[in-house]
Write a protein that binds this ligand. Structure first.
Ligand code: ADP
Ligand code: MG
Length: 271
């Protein structure tokens, strides 16, 4: 078994044909990735290439057709509280407050802790995402950005081995998005959890990551290239935006994604 913290080897995902007839669709075909403990990896690729498919398999919410996945030395099977998941919009129970929504996860995952410790823990993460003043508000009283803050607090409060984020800021306006990237990055810098985040925003992919994993287009998508992001942490957005190296990385990513849109023929075309 591999020594890396998260090991994905030979992952294949096939969906049955939509109509029940025809051929099964091989969406992901041979996705291999080794992630170190405490590493932040972003996953980028064109819409429909299979990013969410990979993430859902890591979350245990979908089965791999083939392949081996290990987390912290154990084969990964099914969903579990060792993984915190943040989706585009958080599924919060509408009749519960922000605090109660986070407590729900804490109660489930920290069963041997006394109540007071669990409450402090939930409060700590809500205050770290900037919601100290909104603990007792219900989702309907919160903006979309605040709801996503609750979702982030809830995922971190599990203190999971692996944090999985699927376009967590995809629904937010650009200012809120930048604000929440910062919140997530600060929290992550403090906790250093191993994280895999799907995004289709190139700047976000670079800003957040230690490595950017680029997926080829589907069907039969796999990893096309991996970019190591050399910038030290903590990172300051405006400093990165003044760094020529940032633009070189950006060009590399744009180039990859553009090539995916206009693939070169595999063999010379005869005329
Ligand atoms: N449950 C499913 N059944 C059949 N096809 C699916 C299912 N989920 C996703 N797909 C297909 O798999 C491909 C990859 O989807 P997805 O992983 O959601 O892509 P991405 O997140 O990169 O946009 C798409 O072509 C999509 O239509
Ligand atoms: Mg997706």
């Amino acid at each position: 078994m591999s020594a890396s913290y998260l090991s994905i080897q030979g992952l294949i995902k096939t969906y049955p044909p939509a109509t029940g007839k025809g051929k099964p669709v091989v969406v992901v075909d041979g996705f291999d990735l080794e992630v170190e403990e405490g590493e932040f990896v972003t996953l980028i690729g064109h819409s429909g290439c299979g990013k969410s498919t990979v993430l859902m398999i890591l979350a245990g919410l979908s089965d791999a057709t083939e392949g081996q996945i290990a987390l912290a030395g154990n084969e990964l099977r099914g969903p579990g509280l060792d993984r915190g998941i943040v989706f585009q919009s958080p599924c919060l129970l509408p009749w519960m407050t922000a605090f109660e929504n986070v407590m729900l996860s804490v109660d489930q995952s920290k069963t041997d802790w006394p109540k007071a410790k669990r409450r402090d823990h939930a409060e700590k993460y809500l205050s770290l995402v900037g919601l100290s003043d909104a603990l007792h508000k219900k989702p309907a009283e919160l903006s979309q950005g605040m709801r996503q803050r609750v979702g982030i607090a809830r995922a971190f409060a599990l203190t999971p081995k692996l944090l999985l984020l699927d376009e967590p800021f995809g629904m937010l306006d650009s200012l809120t998005r930048i604000e929440l990237q910062q919140v997530l990055l600060e929290l992550w810098t403090q906790e250093r959890m191993t994280a895999v985040m799907v995004t289709h925003d190139i700047d976000e992919a670079i800003f957040m990551a230690d490595r950017v994993v680029m997926m080829t287009n589907g069907p039969r998508a796999k990893i096309g290239d991996i970019l190591t992001v050399p910038f030290e942490r903590p990172r300051v957005r405006h400093e990165l935006l003044e760094n020529t190296e940032f633009y070189a990385l950006r060009e590399h990513l744009v180039g990859f994604l553009e090539d995916m849109h206009h693939p070169q023929p595999a063999s010379p075309v005869s005329v």
